[in-house]
Design a protein around this ligand. Structure first.
Ligand code: AMP
Ligand code: ZN
Ligand code: FE
Ligand code: FE
Length: 276
């Protein structure tokens, strides 16, 4: 029997991805991926359209989200799967996070303007649309189009990467709060791409806060990362997940698509934990 391929970490143009939910599902079908999760940053607006189109095309779409959170002043990303994406409280929570992003983006653009760039955050907002979660990648693309930087990545290296001259820290909800709301929405929480950032004590803190699982398969993980996190998951009875974190377009990560998949067993384990 052909094994089922699942990619549970994908972005659309409702956050900083390049493809629409429909284009992403068409691409998944082309690559023989039959289960996906769309995990836009602080946003679930892609999900309704994706689930309907997925159903029509034989692709199961697990409702997902990737929420930025703070853990001991460090930003971590928490993936929520099987969430009730229509719940009013979740929508309000995510909308508050997107508003924090907007205020932070305005500050970043102000700094860039002082450094000689002429980009306007209003133009970025209009291009992205009301329903989209806007982040630094949108600013990087605008700087690139303006010609203020040589490339998308150059924008991070010179100006807006962590600690660079136009960087502004984003205030995020606490990881404990994010884990709790995902659970209250009937979902499962996973630490996204923990890599080198979230080891030992920080990982244990998240587990104590109620984390359900670890994203093991991710393009940023080395073989030893995978071994370490698999062992931690087994020791702490955690679920395991993974995906390509594909964004497309200028991020030039097309080679990752289809190459960071998990098996159906891992999804069955998630469903068992939720009794669904
Ligand atoms: P934000 O959530 O607005 O802080 O934007 C974070 C996103 O910006 C990350 O998910 C990456 O896609 C991108 N990013 C952050 N730092 C870098 C970097 N140094 N190089 C390239 N992309 C980056
Ligand atoms: Zn992203
Ligand atoms: Fe992330
Ligand atoms: Fe991501």
């Amino acid at each position: 029997m052909k094994s089922v391929k699942a990619d549970l970490h994908l972005h659309t143009n409702y956050s900083d991805g390049n493809l629409s939910p429909i284009q992403l599902i068409d691409l998944s079908k082309k690559y023989g991926i039959s289960v996906i999760s769309i995990t836009d940053h602080d946003n679930v607006n892609a999900l309704e359209e994706a689930i309907i189109y997925g159903n029509q095309n034989g692709i199961q779409v697990i409702p997902g989200v990737e929420i930025s959170a703070d853990l001991d002043k460090q930003e971590v990303h928490i993936l929520g799967y099987f969430i009730d994406y229509k719940d009013k409280r979740l929508l309000e929570f995510l909308s508050a996070s997107r508003n924090l992003r907007i205020r932070r983006n305005e500050k970043i653009v102000r700094k860039l303007n002082e450094m000689g760039s002429t980009i306007s955050f209003n133009d970025i907002k209009v291009k992205a649309g009301e329903m989209t979660s806007i982040g630094r990648p949108h600013i990087a693309m605008e700087l690139n189009e303006e010609g203020f930087v040589k490339s998308y990545y150059d924008a991070f290296i010179k100006y807006i990467g962590d600690g660079k001259p136009a960087f502004v820290k984003k205030p995020n909800p606490k990881s404990s709060e994010v884990i709790r709301i995902i659970s209250e929405m009937g979902g499962l929480s996973f630490i996204a791409h923990p890599g080198k950032l979230v080891r030992d004590e920080l990982l244990i803190s998240l587990i104590q806060e109620g984390l359900d699982g670890i994203e093991i398969i991710h393009p940023s993980h080395s073989k030893s990362d995978i071994e370490y996190f698999s062992k931690m998951a087994a020791e702490h009875f955690l679920l395991t997940s993974g995906g390509s974190d594909y964004h497309g377009g200028v991020k030039n990560d097309g080679r990752n698509f289809g190459n960071y998949c998990i098996s159906m067993d891992e999804i069955i384990n998630m469903k068992r934990r939720l009794f669904i």
